[in-house]
Design a binder for this molecule. Structure first.
Ligand code: SF4
Length: 352
């Protein structure tokens, strides 16, 4: 009897443990199922959100969409990083280092030189002046517009392009304008073939030679089965003119950093202005213009002294009140920081 009873206890205990384990398993399954359900719902919601953004992007015809500020763009920053924001284009004068003009540009500097230069020309009523800009602004069509408008560019030359880094650089091919051909390092002539081809904002002409077929240094020159190809931009002459000017005047070109870089150092390092508080193009530009106006006012106090500054501000108030009929127009004009600067300082911007 005792043995049977003992066996019954063991069986009951095992059975009880089995039921408990099954319950726990069921509970664990239910919890896991719930977690999975939450995850699936989250992913489905995200998917719907991104599908809606994708549709919006396709309808806009743009290549990017910002979910924080609809007018901001992804911009390439130092070390190949990316930031979402606005690309502020600014011009300052060489003598006083004051801001002359600023506006929001595109996501790269490629097409910004001419619009800024022409606006400065208009604002300061200049016939001729020089511009100093870095390599990002070196674009043939922009040089052409500037030249036509009487603006002399000193823009850092872009590195000469070659088919690949281990090929003889294009710079080692000499162009002969009178005959419209290139001479290659082996002394062969490359002539233009076919009509100019459209490449974005310019037309390019192709130059080739049949001598590549039997050339002894072909492996160092090109990997192309058809031989070495040189493409010449329709703006190449004016690109070369700019390059020669910069190379002939290295000390002058070096002034660029002194003229335009330190203002942004003051904004970021001294004033802690590393981002804007406002969103959307118009608001961001107003915030930046206020900042530049503050910069110009403090610079003017340094240049002419506080007493002279106050005296001229008084004169400005008198100028505003002199004609009540045009008061509103005058004030609106002075709200442009560059015009206010000129009025106070009575500057003569000979060059920038
Ligand atoms: S491969 Fe053609 S272009 Fe290059 S050096 Fe030889 S002949 Fe000149």
């Amino acid at each position: 009897m005792a043995v049977v009873k003992l066996q019954g206890n063991i069986f009951l205990r095992v059975l009880g443990a089995g039921i408990l384990w099954a319950q726990q398993l069921e509970e664990a399954d239910a919890a896991e199922k719930e977690q999975l359900r939450v995850k699936i719902t989250t992913h489905q919601e995200r998917r719907q959100k991104y599908e809606a953004l994708d549709k919006k992007l396709a309808e806009s015809g743009d290549t990017q969409i910002s979910v924080t500020d609809p007018e901001a763009k992804a911009l390439r920053v130092n070390n190949n990083g990316t930031d979402v924001g606005y690309c502020i284009q600014a011009a300052t004068d060489q003598k006083h280092k004051l801001f002359v003009h600023a506006e929001i540009g595109a996501t790269t500097d490629k097409r910004e030189l001419a619009p800024i230069a022409l606006e400065v020309k208009h604002l300061l009523d200049l016939k001729h002046f020089n511009t100093l800009s870095d390599a990002g602004y070196s674009t043939g069509d922009q040089f052409q517009i500037c030249k036509t408008a009487g603006v002399i560019t000193y823009s850092a030359p872009m590195p000469s392009t070659s088919p690949s880094h281990d090929c003889i650089p294009t710079a080692e091919f000499t162009y002969h304008k009178e005959g419209d051909y290139y001479i290659c390092p082996m002394g062969e002539q490359l002539h233009n073939v076919g009509n100019p081809v459209k490449r974005g904002n310019y037309f390019g002409t192709i130059y080739r030679t049949n001598a590549c077929k039997t050339c002894s240094i072909r492996q160092d020159c090109t990997k192309n089965k058809l031989g070495r190809i040189i493409e010449r931009s329709e703006y190449q002459d004016i690109i070369d003119e700019n390059r020669e000017r910069v190379l002939a005047n290295p000390e002058y070109y070096k002034l660029r950093q002194q003229i335009i870089e330190h203002q942004f150092g003051v904004f970021k390092r001294q004033w802690g202005f590393t981002f804007t508080l406002l969103k959307r193009k118009k608001n961001v530009m107003s915030e930046v213009h206020l900042l530049m106006m503050a910069y110009n006012l403090t610079r003017m106090i340094s240049i002419i002294g506080i007493n002279e500054f106050k005296r001229r501000l008084g004169g400005l108030a008198a100028y505003l009140l002199a004609s009540m009929a045009t008061l509103k127009t005058n004030i609106e004009a002075l709200c442009r920081f560059e015009i206010l600067t000129m009025k106070i300082l009575k500057l003569n911007f000979a060059t920038i």
